[in-house]
Each structure stands twice: as structure tokens, then as C-alpha cells.
Design a protein. Structure first.
Length: 375
């Protein structure tokens, strides 16, 4: 694909490969320690779809690159934008697809986040070992001036991920021609998320930590930290779009679904210790130049999959979201114009890059877990 196609893929992209049935690895082994939670005879209100990596690729790389500035005008001049154009979209071994988002941090900083996916492991290694790509992050000017910069580069084995999409709304990794899309047998019920993660059939994917360590002494500004994530940290990208809605459905969405959705995200952001949600970015999807796209999405880190499930299955804020969505599907039926998607990754220990340079102290995982101060 050329750079423009990777940057702004069309919703009608013909490069997507759809499978008729789910592959064996998605169904899971016959022998399990965690029984499938799908109720007998259950039929989902809407059939959803998931991605499948090529057979020869054992690992997915998902990377987030962040730019911070005190004002929206300063953010537009952030040097990360030029780096992304040259070394992500324009690089011959760059990612298979890219998307962008913007938000405000609690301290008032403006933030632009670039998400990039690599399916081809050899291409990722070539890109990562390019001195021009990596040297930019080590340059002394990253620690000077008004800009904060960070990167969270995640290594995700194929059996430690799950996804759920609408067939007619390509988003996230679904847009990549390097993956195939299949109808998942597990969707529409509580517990489906864990059922969709292949390794969860034989591994509880628990955190080794009784409680995450919080480090308020990390100032962020003027410092560089490499955070060491524990085993089984769980990451979710979860999005919804109102771009296809007519006036009736948009009004219904604004009152009945958007209100509980934002309340749930606020609750997670305000309660990291009791929920285990240690970083919550509630973002508006944008184009590369910052133009608004009718989609919002959360990028959140939970201490474990179990912490994510406890909120999803046991807290009133998520029950309100789930109930409103199901009610909407039942009310509008085939006319429903809401489109949602999410991806979940459960990370192995020791293979993640969490790098924060001159950032606001509330950025990502900067103040959580053990870390090495680089500068």
C-alpha cells in the first residue's frame, strides 16, 4: 500500500479479506481450564467479526506515539508530526495502518496520539533498527522546550489478543490487508471477551501484583522514564461512531448512550486504584492534521484482564452502557446505525516499551510500576 492509503483508508477498502467461518484457533481447545461462558443456544443480536493474523506471524506490534503541548496551536507545531510523516507513513518498513486521536489531559495539556500497527514482524524489526527512526527519540531536544513526547510500543503474541468489529465499518487493525476477518462465535454476552482470547482457555492471565505501586515523586516535566510493565497488563481500544446516524438515531444516541458512556469513562479515570484502570485516555478520533472525525474511543490500561472484567460485569456504570446498547439494538433492529469496535491485548512481561520524555505527570503509566530514569 502507498502512504496515502495507509494513512486514510476508505470505509469501502476492497483489500479486506472476509472468511466464512471462524478458524480453529479462535474456537479454542477442547481441553480448557476456563469453560466457555457462552450460554447454550445463544444467538447474538448482531453477528460481530474479529481479525486473524497470517499463519506465519506469531506476534502483533501495536504502537502509540504521543505529542503534548500547552495549547492547541502549539500542538499543531509539535515535531512528532514531522517524525510520523517521515518515519511511520513514509517509511518503507512502516506500519500496515495508522490512525490518530486527540484529547485533553487532566492538567490541561493538549495531546495528539498516533496509533500504528505492524503485522509483518520482519518489517517491524527493520523499522525499529533504523537509526534515523530511533535516534529522534534520543535527541537532547526531546527534553528541552515546551513539548512532551511519549511512546508505548506493545508486543502482543497472537494468542493474547481479541477483537470485535462490525463487518461494514473497517476500523483499527481490521483495515489492514495483511489480516483476515472472521465471524467470531463469541459475542453479545458477558464473558465473551475472555472467550475470544485463545490463551485464556488454559491460562487465567492474572497479575503478579497484589497492588500497583504509585510513584508521585516522578515529576514528568524535564525527565525521561522507561516504565517496566508487569506481566498480563491488559490494554483496550474501544470506540463508537455516530457518523452514519440520521437525526432520530443521533438524538437517541446523545441522550441514552453517550451520557452513560462518558460517565463510565469518567468513573474509570477517577478511580484507578479500586478499578485497576491505571490509565484512561478518552479521545476524539481525528485525521492526521487534526480534523475531527465522528468517532470517540478509549485507550485504557488495566492491571489485568480480571480487573477489566470486574468493571465490565460488576459495576453500575458499565451495566448502564451495556443495557443502553442492547436496548438500542432491540429498538432499531436492522435499522441501527451505531457502529462500535474494540481490541484487547494482554501483554507478556519484559517485551514492552513505555517511554515518557518531558511529559505531564499524569501521562499514561508514567507514575505506575517500577521504572528507570534515563534523564
Amino acid at each position: 500500500m502507498d502512504a496515502a492509503a495507509r494513512e486514510v483508508p476508505s470505509p469501502t477498502d476492497q483489500g479486506i479479506t472476509f472468511m466464512d467461518t471462524a478458524p480453529v484457533e479462535a474456537v479454542g481447545p477442547v481441553s480448557r481450564i476456563a469453560p466457555i461462558r457462552k450460554p447454550d443456544g445463544f444467538v447474538p443480536a448482531v453477528q460481530r467479526w474479529s481479525f486473524l493474523l497470517p499463519e506465519h506471524e506469531s506476534t502483533l506490534r501495536v504502537a502509540f506515539f504521543g505529542a503534548q503541548a500547552a495549547t492547541a496551536e502549539a500542538l499543531a507545531a509539535h515535531p512528532l508530526h514531522d517524525w510520523a510523516r517521515a518515519h511511520l507513513v513514509g517509511h518503507p518498513s512502516g506500519p500496515t495502518c495508522v490512525d490518530h486521536a486527540r484529547s485533553r489531559l487532566p492538567g490541561g495539556q493538549f495531546e495528539h496520539v498516533v496509533c500504528a500497527y505492524w503485522v509483518d514482524g520482519a518489517a517491524f524489526d527493520t523499522w525499529r533498527n533504523d537509526a534515523a527512526v530511533q535516534g529522534w527519540w534520543d535527541a537532547p531536544e526531546r527534553l528541552r522546550g515546551p513539548f512532551g513526547t511519549w511512546r508505548e510500543v506493545l508486543t502482543v503474541p497472537r494468542d493474547r489478543q481479541e477483537s470485535i468489529y462490525w463487518k461494514d465499518y473497517p476500523a483499527g487493525l481490521m483495515r489492514s490487508p495483511e489480516v483476515s476477518i472472521f465471524p467470531t462465535p463469541y459475542c453479545g454476552y458477558y464473558g465473551a471477551m475472555r472467550d475470544r482470547i485463545p490463551l485464556a482457555a488454559t491460562d487465567p492471565l492474572e497479575t503478579p501484583l497484589a497492588e500497583p505501586a504509585f510513584h508521585p515523586e516522578r515529576a514528568g516535566f524535564g525527565e525521561r522514564w522507561h516504565v517496566r510493565a508487569p506481566a498480563n497488563l491488559a490494554v483496550i481500544r474501544s470506540a463508537n461512531t455516530w457518523g452514519r446516524m440520521d437525526a432520530e438515531q443521533l438524538a437517541d444516541y446523545e441522550v441514552k448512550l453517550r451520557v452513560p458512556l462518558e460517565a463510565g469513562m469518567d468513573f474509570l479515570a477517577d478511580n484507578p486504584q479500586p478499578t485497576g484502570c491505571l490509565s484512561m485516555r478518552w479521545q476524539g478520533t481525528v485525521s492526521a492534521d487534526g480534523a475531527t472525525v465522528p468517532e470517540e474511543h478509549a485507550l485504557a490500561y488495566f492491571l489485568s484482564l480480571g480487573h477489566m472484567e470486574r468493571w465490565a460485569e460488576g459495576h453500575a456504570t458499565h451495566a448502564a452502557i451495556f443495557g443502553a446498547a442492547i436496548q438500542r439494538y432491540r429498538h432499531f433492529g436492522a435499522r441501527n446505525q451505531l457502529r462500535t469496535w474494540h481490541e484487547v491485548y494482554v501483554l507478556p512481561e519484559g517485551e514492552q516499551t513505555l517511554d515518557y520524555i518531558n511529559c505531564a505527570p499524569e501521562t499514561g503509566l508514567l507514575r505506575w510500576f517500577e521504572a528507570d530514569r534515563i534523564a
